[in-house]
Design a protein around this ligand. Structure first.
Ligand SMILES: Nc1nc2c(c(=O)[nH]1)N[C@H]1C(S)=C(S)[C@@H](COP(=O)(O)OP(=O)(O)OC[C@H]3O[C@@H](n4cnc5c(=O)[nH]c(N)nc54)[C@H](O)[C@@H]3O)O[C@H]1N2
Ligand SMILES: Nc1nc2c(c(=O)[nH]1)N[C@H]1C(S)=C(S)[C@@H](COP(=O)(O)OP(=O)(O)OC[C@H]3O[C@@H](n4cnc5c(=O)[nH]c(N)nc54)[C@H](O)[C@@H]3O)O[C@H]1N2
Ligand SMILES: [Mo]
Length: 674
């Protein structure tokens, strides 16, 4: 029975090296590659169930054309030739009548493989379509990181976390969203490191940690500045490191002075932790030398999110932790790969003055108005579920004058609105190149099974359309190997000696990093090497704050058993996740409105309302409603998306999404009453 190599394509920092069992041409099992230093032989529960997704009876296998009204999801099968011919003609018609900027691609991270992920954007850039700003997830964190440390998000080696002396898992449920960090946390702990988890929701990672603090969401900047307060007040900062590599510290000192531990404890809702413990942790972090903070994206999804991430990730610069192996902070390792992206995804074809659409504002871009989008191409994404203000997104998708093409594995809620629904291959059926945002291995995967039915890679579809529209740049027609060779054609030192031939043979190659790799030991990556303490980060106040009508804040962390909505129709995973979407509410908040454990409640925000089964637990802190994971709206009891509750407001930095900003009220719900 052949065991074949592949790479997990899901949007997760771990980018696991996989072993796939194929029997009679069918994938039957999957495990982590034992030889891979990060994957270490195990896959997470989601990926472990990928065979059930791959062989799902509902996989799309032929091109489809809409027959019923938009949103109803009724289609007839057509040949590829007919589908592509008609799509090209209608696209050409839209471009002629309304101009190319009336066309918008909507894509994100359904696959992290670079060939099938963003390379198709070359087609849209050549066309002169509106440019999608891919802001739904990581841009606030990225902008904040780069504001402190200069170009590119880089971080210490995952493996070096084993050397950390004091670890803060700050706003990350790493046991679920970054599972392969765990062995290194355990090693650090065995060597004496203390692990503190800072998260408003008590989850698997809180139970793993030695200590858990449960702050009010959106207050992280205040807490980080209070740590700074103690460190500066007690002279625990690394004066040599700061003298060499900090820009002006004076404003930062003033900010920290304002945030006494007492004030922060009260502001952050950490009365139970107390100012003394905040002081003790600041001392221990500074005293550990190799203090390490793993930051998640959760803290960035609100109005003060960029400032929060800046304040938190300046702490290892303040203490000089970057000088020590295993010390520092890590948001992402994605900037370490040094690939040549000059022409990747047609970057060179992007017109400087073309219209940009922030993907968090799809609802508005689709609204009839001055120049609404007239043609939408969706691939690697499920905007009817994941994009903010989804009732308005759906209203836009329902427009009869919008020509929509969706490339998918399944008939998602978004696909229900397609004029053409095209069957896409999975990562097991097409080759691709993978970086990672959690480790430093570059990986290549070849197909391990034949495509199902008439499924085709995204790249093939856009090659065909480019040909039909007479577009000419060679980049539009690159195959996977050509894309990989181009990306590897770089003189970045981290890629020294990594050729496509080696990658095809070895499949996973570690970047050539200095040993030990301490990316900010010699300051920032700005030309002057100065880390930007100034302008100083601050705790911003929120325009959308809890009020009498909406007293609770809603957060929506990743679900343990799903990956955004990608695994959202795999029965075993849905069962493990409780069979239907749920929210967790503190018993005191529930009691006030008469909501009982296991019953349904209506959750009302400024943008909409949804009905969800409600679990009462102090795992959610008082004042906070936790909605676990993204579900297919059509599989929710009311057929609605969690994002009916969220809005288009953007963050303080990077134009990011504010999924953690929403204020809501809870009402008890009985079907009889409604
Ligand atoms: N199992 C699973 N793993 C996933 C995903 C998934 O859907 N499921 N999604 C993947 C994707 S797309 C991404 S971007 C990453 C997400 O990565 P992260 O956003 O880092 O996600 P989590 O690790 O769940 O960490 C978010 C945590 O932050 C907490 N949080 C929310 N608001 C705040 C706040 O204001 N302050 C603080 N301190 N904490 C807060 C939440 O309760 C949650 O536990 O995970 C990836 N991995
Ligand atoms: N309320 C709330 N909303 C959120 C979040 C939140 O925390 N709260 N998290 C946000 C975050 S962090 C993210 S990253 C986004 C995620 O948003 P998306 O990137 O849209 O992720 P998914 O929902 O998983 O949808 C990906 C789709 O791509 C498809 N797909 C996978 N591989 C391929 C392929 O090779 N070809 C094609 N054509 N399709 C493929 C899958 O079948 C799936 O339907 O959601 C965001 N939405
Ligand atoms: Mo994400």
């Amino acid at each position: 029975m052949p065991i074949l190599r592949s790479v997990c394509p899901l949007d997760c920092p771990d980018a696991c090296a996989l072993h796939i069992t194929v029997e009679d041409g069918v994938m039957t099992a999957l495990t982590g590659n034992r030889e891979h230093p990060v994957t270490q032989g195990f896959a997470c529960v989601k990926t472990h169930h990928y065979p059930a997704r791959q062989n799902h009876p509902d996989r799309l296998s032929v091109p489809l054309r809409r027959v019923g009204p938009k949103g109803e999801g009724r289609f007839e099968s057509v040949s590829w030739d007919e589908a592509l011919g008609e799509i090209a003609a209608r696209l050409q018609d839209v471009v002629t009548k309304y101009g190319p900027e009336s066309v918008l691609p909507y894509c994100y991270a359904g696959t992290m493989g670079l060939v099938e992920r963003d390379q198709p954007l070359a087609f849209f850039r050549a066309l002169g379509a509106s440019e999608l700003d891919q802001t739904i997830c990581a841009t606030t964190g990225g902008a904040a990181w780069e504001a402190n440390y200069g170009p590119a998000k880089v971080g210490p080696e995952l493996e070096d976390v084993a050397h950390a002396g004091f670890i803060i898992l700050w706003g990350i449920n790493s046991l679920r969203s970054h599972l392969h960090l765990t062995p290194f946390l355990k090693r650090a702990r065995a060597a004496g490191a203390h692990v503190l988890h800072i998260d408003p929701y008590r989850n698997e990672t809180s139970r793993f940690a030695d200590e858990h603090w449960q702050p009010t969401p959106g207050t992280d900047a205040a807490l980080a500045l209070a740590f700074g307060h103690v460190i500066l007040q007690e002279g625990l900062e690394d004066t040599d490191y700061l003298a060499a590599y900090a820009n002006d510290l004076s404003e930062y000192r003033e900010r920290c002075a304002e945030w006494t531990p007492e004030r922060a404890a009260a502001f952050c809702g950490l009365e139970a932790v107390g100012a003394q413990r905040i002081r003790a942790v600041a001392r221990a972090f500074a005293g550990a030398g190799a203090g390490f903070i793993k930051v998640g994206y959760g803290m960035t999804r609100n109005e003060s999110g960029g400032n929060a991430l800046r304040a938190v990730t300046l702490l290892p610069a303040l203490t000089g932790a970057w000088r020590h192996r295993g010390g520092g902070a890590s948001l992402s390792t994605s900037g370490s790969f040094g690939l040549n992206t000059a022409r990747y995804s047609g970057a060179h074809l992007l017109k400087p003055d073309v219209r940009h659409v922030n993907m968090n504002r799809l609802a508005s871009a689709l609204e009839e108005g001055e120049n609404p989008i007239k043609s939408l191409f969706v691939f690697n994404s499920n905007p009817a579920a994941v994009a903010p203000d989804s009732s308005r997104v759906r209203a836009g998708l329902a427009r009869n004058d919008l020509f929509t093409v969706v490339l998918e594995h399944f008939q998602t809620d978004t696909a229900d609105y397609a004029d053409f629904l095209l069957p896409a291959t999975t990562f097991l059926e097409h080759p691709d190149l993978y970086t990672s945002y959690g480790h430093h291995y570059l990986q290549w995967a070849e197909p391990v099974v034949a495509p199902l039915g008439e499924c085709r890679p995204n790249s093939w579809v856009f090659h065909e359309l480019a040909r039909r529209l007479g577009l000419e740049d060679e980049v539009l027609f690159w195959d996977a190997e050509r894309v990989a060779r181009e990306l590897l054609d770089s003189d970045h030192p981290h890629l020294a000696g990594i050729t496509f031939e080696r990658l095809r043979e070895e499949r996973s190659i570690k970047l050539k990093l200095p040993e030990p790799y301490r990316p900010y030991a010699d300051g920032s990556h700005y030309p002057d090497k100065k880390i930007r303490f100034s302008p100083a980060p601050q705790q911003l106040t929120f325009d959308e704050a809890p009020s009498e009508t909406r007293p609770l804040r809603l957060i929506s962390p990743p679900g343990p058993f799903v990956l955004n909505t990608t695994m959202g129709n795999v029965p075993a995973l849905l069962k493990a996740a409780g069979g239907e979407p749920q929210v967790v509410v503190h018993p005191a908040d529930a009691a006030r409105v008469g909501v009982t454990h296991g019953g349904y409640s209506r959750i009302v925000s400024a943008h909409g309302s949804i009905v969800r089964r409600t679990l009462l637990s102090d795992a959610a802190r008082e004042g906070v409603v936790v909605a676990l994971g993204q579900w297919w709206p059509k599989l929710a009891p009311d057929g609605r998306s969690l994002n009916d509750l969220t809005g288009e407001r953007l963050t303080d930095l990077g134009g990011g999404s504010t999924f953690g900003n929403v204020t809501v009220r809870l009402e008890s719900f009985t079907e009889a009453a409604d």
